[in-house]
Design a protein around this ligand. Sequence first.
Ligand SMILES: [Zn+2]
Length: 110
Amino acid sequence: MECPFCGSESVVKRRVGRRVGGAIGTAAGAVAGGSAALSGGEAGAALGTVIGGPIGAFGGGLAGLVIGGLLGAVVGGRAGEDAGAVVDERVLDPFVCKDCGRTFRLPICK
Ligand SMILES: [Zn+2]
């Protein structure tokens, strides 16, 4: 592939949207997963209370929250990356020339 401006072949694909999308998705997923896990954490806390009293309740709730948050972050990050990849392809200029620094996109063939 060549740069349409200077003809250089030092053209690389940008992954701006993918990176940003992944970061946003990870954060959103962690929050969503964490809040969903709050209810799961309550179940864990209730169970922990039966097994180990107040300490068990705390441990159960915390475990539910951490697990939910981590799972949400992973799932959200993946979804965000996918969304970001679409943005990369369709909205942003997906290629950048390392020689002249210009960004461009290929003509979309349909
Ligand atoms: Zn160039």
